[in-house]
Design a protein around this ligand. Structure first.
Ligand code: GLN
Length: 246
């Protein structure tokens, strides 16, 4: 049986700050330890879109990075929306999270349209939301990471947050206690970190969903050496999480 999984890294040249490329490395490594053949396709402006896409990962970027990719993103918007609707898992961090909403209005007042996968909009503000972040998610438990954004995001009626934050001045907008958003198997979030190495439950959700979506089932084949490596990776994440939650 074919054991290939095709991961698309969306705009790694322009949208990859605060170590978000670590999410791609984390997905690749964990899938390999589960016994899958992983193909990572880096998609930058003007590239061909691969025939097979099982999982899409997008990172954060500064406003100018977002401006750069927006035209190209709209060329791919219909395909991305169709994949999202069909259940393809996606993880979009910060700048890409904002562009998956309806629009992002920068501090200068430019309105960058989003591709409307997530029902939300974002308004740039002078005060940046910066710092370590812990949120509570019903599905994933505590999620830890780091945020740094000027955009404040407001979820539209019916849009589910990824989680809730306790501390004031953090999360989507610093006031309503929400963080991130979720629709179908698409997760948008402000969590840098990198997010996935520190939050294996989220990594496993993306992996499981990608495998089920392509093959109808997730079937880990883990030999003892890989088992030990998985245990070591999980322990590193556990230690990072303990420190972050103190
Ligand atoms: N430019 C956006 C903002 O500052 C996104 C920043 C980011 O991706 N970290 O709101």
């Amino acid at each position: 049986m074919d054991r290939s999984i095709d991961v698309l890294s969306l705009y790694p040249k322009d949208m990859n700050i605060y170590g978000d490329s670590g999410n791609v490395l984390s997905i690749r490594r964990r899938l390999e330890l589960y016994g899958y053949d992983v193909h990572v396709h880096e998609y930058n402006q003007g590239d061909d879109w691969p025939d097979q896409v099982d999982l899409i990962l997008g990172g954060g970027g500064q406003d100018q990075g977002q401006r750069k990719i927006i035209r190209d993103l709209f060329k791919r918007a219909e395909r991305i929306r169709a994949l999202a609707h069909d259940g393809t898992p996606m993880l979009m961090i910060c700048g890409m999270y904002q562009l998956f909403g309806d629009f992002f209005e920068t501090i200068e007042g430019d309105r960058l349209p989003g591709i409307g996968v997530l029902g939300l909009h974002t308004i740039g503000q002078e005060e940046r939301l910066i710092g370590n972040l812990v949120e509570h998610s019903e599905q994933f438990g505590d999620i830890i990471g780091y945020e740094n954004h000027s955009g404040k995001t407001f979820l539209h009626d019916g849009t589910h947050p990824l989680g809730r934050v306790d501390a004031p001045g953090t999360g989507n907008n610093g006031s309503d206690g929400t963080e991130g958003a979720r629709i179908h198997n698409v997760i948008g979030t402000y969590m840098h970190g990198s997010l996935l190495p520190k939050n294996p439950t989220v990594t496993d959700f993306l992996i499981r969903t990608a495998c089920e979506h392509r093959y109808g089932a997730f079937e880990a084949r883990v030999d003892p050496a890989c088992e030990r490596e998985l245990a070591r990776i999980n322990e590193t994440a556990r230690q990072a999480r303990t420190v972050a939650m103190q």
